[in-house]
Design a protein around this ligand. Structure first.
Ligand code: SF4
Ligand code: SF4
Length: 292
């Protein structure tokens, strides 16, 4: 019986097996006059990151709740069922909902996966390491004629051309949280439903996070000065990054957001005064993260 290798497998994957670094070169050019224009947007499977959602929902003038409901579907990111979101397509085709005849209607705010294409980004963490490493891989699909164009450039120049830096900078903070949660894995058991709900809120539902952070219940527990509150209210990027800190505090106990003295007692007392608390289980109504 002959051995199955990557070369003689019965299917042909468009993902090239070579790991690439920033200094490696890429032969590729995409432009409006190419015969395959828009083909890549007609069969999509695009995973969205928190910063992708921030850019898209602001571009479309939608709240994150409306954007998530209208343009995304949930999926499980890994065997631990970490919640992720993808762009939603129609039931009978895989065409991106943002595609128009003239091209991408959200081009300036397109997701990082679209910016990177035909490259993929791979974030890895070696066992016993506390930091992750980025590597790139090439996706060569038959319909994409950009690979035949006579232009070669280093991957770092392609990244710059596609404006991925700000996406990578912000998404890197988020990927650290995912990697840390995965590496904690079985040692802390399967994460609770509440921790998944909170991960979803802190990652994808920015406007929901804002309402939560500005709520009386939250402000009774966490010590935030007026300047910080104003920034969180007005600036989405500040809010997203604060959400990452909050996720780290709640999920891993990394205390960077100060707690108020007697925070939980104050909150329970208020609930008691308004008869909204079960005396046998005073935290049963609390929907927010566990304070660690
Ligand atoms: S967001 Fe734009 S670039 Fe990305 S798949 Fe959709 S139409 Fe294409
Ligand atoms: S060259 Fe590739 S990326 Fe550009 S439009 Fe054609 S299929 Fe899409």
């Amino acid at each position: 019986m002959s051995e199955t290798t990557i070369e003689n497998k019965p299917y042909k994957s468009p993902i090239q097996p070579t790991k690439l670094s920033l200094n490696d070169t890429l032969q590729f050019r995409c432009h409006k006059d190419i015969a395959c224009f828009n083909e890549c947007c007609k069969k999509i499977d695009i995973l969205l990151t928190p910063y992708d959602i921030l850019r898209l929902k602001n571009r479309l003038g939608l709240t994150s709740e409306v954007f998530l409901a209208q343009y995304t579907v949930p999926y499980e990111m890994d065997a631990q069922s970490m919640p992720g979101v993808k762009i939603r397509t129609a039931d009978d085709n895989l065409i991106c909902p943002f595609l128009r005849e003239a091209g991408c209607s959200v081009y300036e705010d397109r997701p990082s996966a679209c910016r990177y294409y035909p490259l993929g980004l791979l974030s890895m963490r070696q066992q016993d390491s506390t930091t992750d490493e980025n590597a790139y891989f090439l996706v060569k699909e038959d319909h994409c004629l950009g690979h035949n164009e006579p232009r070669t450039l280093p991957i770092q120049d392609y990244r710059q051309e596609q404006g991925v830096d700000i996406y990578d900078e912000i998404n890197h903070e988020w990927r650290q949280i995912i990697l840390k949660k995965r590496s904690a894995g079985p040692t802390i058991g399967k994460p609770t439903l509440r921790s998944y709900q909170f991960f979803f809120l802190g990652s994808y539902n920015l406007d929901g996070l804002r309402s939560f952070i500005l709520s009386q219940g939250f402000l009774e527990v966490y010590e935030l000065d007026d300047k910080t509150l104003k920034q969180l209210n007005q600036d989405d990027v500040t809010l997203l990054r604060f959400g990452f800190r909050l996720l780290r505090q709640v999920l891993f106990g990394e205390m960077t957001i100060p707690l108020k003295e007697n925070a939980m007692q104050t909150r329970v007392q208020r609930r008691r005064e308004t008869n909204q608390v079960d005396p046998d289980n005073p935290n049963s109504d609390y929907q927010g993260p566990l304070v660690v």
